[in-house]
Design a protein around this ligand. Structure first.
Ligand code: SF4
Length: 418
């Protein structure tokens, strides 16, 4: 099969992986080298469903031995199959890079042989790019669950970012939908990557000759909507991945029904894009707003409200803590106000050191007034003439949220067409 045919099949098959975003690498080009992971703004472009488009995003193979129920490349599907040789991927990467089409490589693969053989071929691509072509561009490499720890170490010394897809939020769903994978086979390499990255970082502080290990950190992807777990389970797992495995990012991928299977949503069902969007917003609250999963959701109320931004939903459920005074609330309290982000909260705290904040300063600070106005006062004075009673307040906030969510879905559709 010609390389261009393989490219058509394997680039298309790679589109289901959401976890190739965000760089964070700062490596500059070296004399005689090729590429630069620092200045090219890798992952600043996004494809239809939130995937980064500035990387050459490929599978090494879609000829899988496994039979995960949710996956188009599963063994039991009759689809065109292809497998690149490592040399073909290297040539494509170099050619695309030199033509300025891409700034790096995202390489994943189906398990077409023993996990170690598949992983070794993927590593060979990175090794040739780095050692033979002195390629300094960004490389994101997927770890094949079940690959040996030696190969994971080798991968970490060559790639900028590694990711092991957790795929499903519980061992039970994994057993049901991806029986050849195990939670242990997924968590073990994640743990190893986290530990090694911290170990190499410590050593690099002592000597600059120590190589970097997975300098852009590790990420993972979770499929949302293929199995029955609720959002509380998903967010609790996410929180524990950030805390215990030191993941840089957890990506959520709204399940796209590509197969008929009794345990999966029907093929006609639409991907749960708003749910995915709300999970990203809640994830943001975990990472930057000091929220715990158990504050956002509860066992009694385990799904995110699709009508509302999770922070607005939290504020409405905890309306007794508001209004907060903009000149007196702590930084942590300000972070809980809908319409007030991390930058605005920092600006407020910095401005207050010099002088009290006045109403005319609010726009400059970057407050989204249509959200924040019900939750703040300035020196005891309300920002609205009257705060609506609770049900009306919920609808007022929903109206604001519905408009922004509609815009998001519209943009996502436009990108999909593009
Ligand atoms: S291992 Fe499972 S998810 Fe990965 S390519 Fe094979 S069938 Fe698909």
């Amino acid at each position: 099969m010609h390389v261009s045919e393989k490219l058509t099949i394997l680039a298309d098959a790679a589109k289901y992986d959401a976890s190739c975003a965000s760089s964070g690498s700062r490596r500059k080009n070296t004399p005689g080298g090729l590429g630069n992971a620092a200045t090219s703004g890798i992952c600043h472009s996004w494809s239809a469903d939130g995937r980064c488009i500035s990387l050459l995003k490929l599978l090494l193979s879609n000829d899988c031995l496994y039979d995960c129920a949710y996956c188009l490349s599963r063994r039991s599907n009759t689809i065109p199959r292809a497998t690149f040789t490592p040399e073909e991927v290297v040539d494509l990467t170099i050619n695309f890079y030199l033509r300025n089409y891409i700034e790096g490589l995202f390489l994943s693969s189906a398990v077409y042989d023993h996990p170690d053989t598949t992983m070794a071929d993927m590593i060979e691509v990175c090794r040739v790019l780095r050692k033979k072509h002195q390629f300094n561009g960004y490389i994101h490499l997927k770890i094949i669950p079940g690959a040996s720890s030696e190969l994971v170490t080798e991968a970490g010394l060559l790639a900028d970012r590694l990711s092991v897809n957790i795929e499903l939020p519980s061992s039970q769903s994994l057993k049901q939908l991806a029986p050849q994978k195990s939670r242990k086979g997924i968590l073990q390499p994640m743990q190893q990557i986290g530990e090694y990255a911290r170990g190499y970082d410590r050593e690099r502080k002592k000597s600059r000759h120590v190589p970097g290990f997975c300098p852009a950190g590790q990420s993972t992807q979770m499929i949302v909507g293929a199995s029955t777990e609720h959002d509380l389970q998903i967010l609790t797992l996410t929180q524990s991945l950030y805390q215990t495995m030191h993941l840089r990012r957890v990506y959520y991928s709204a399940y796209i029904a590509v197969n008929d299977a009794p345990d999966l949503p029907a093929r006609t069902s639409a991907p749960p894009l708003i749910r995915e969007h709300r999970l990203y917003q809640a994830d943001w609250l975990l990472r930057f707003y000091h929220f715990q999963a158990s504050e956002i959701l509860s066992v009694k109320d385990p799904f995110l409200d699709e009508r509302l931004d999770p922070k607005a939903a939290w504020a409405l459920k905890n309306f007794d803590v508001f209004p907060l005074d903009i000149n007196r609330a702590s930084y942590e309290e300000l972070l809980r106000v809908p319409g007030l982000g991390v930058i605005s909260a920092k600006r407020i705290v910095a401005t207050r050191r010099v002088a009290a904040i006045r109403e005319q300063d609010l726009k400059k600070i970057g407050l989204v007034m249509k959200r924040a106005k019900y939750f703040l006062t300035i020196n005891g004075r309300k920002l609205v003439d009257s705060v609506p009673a609770y049900p009306a307040l919920v609808s007022a906030m929903c109206k604001v949220e519905t408009a922004s969510t509609r815009r998001l879905i519209r943009e996502s559709r436009q990108l999909r067409l593009f």
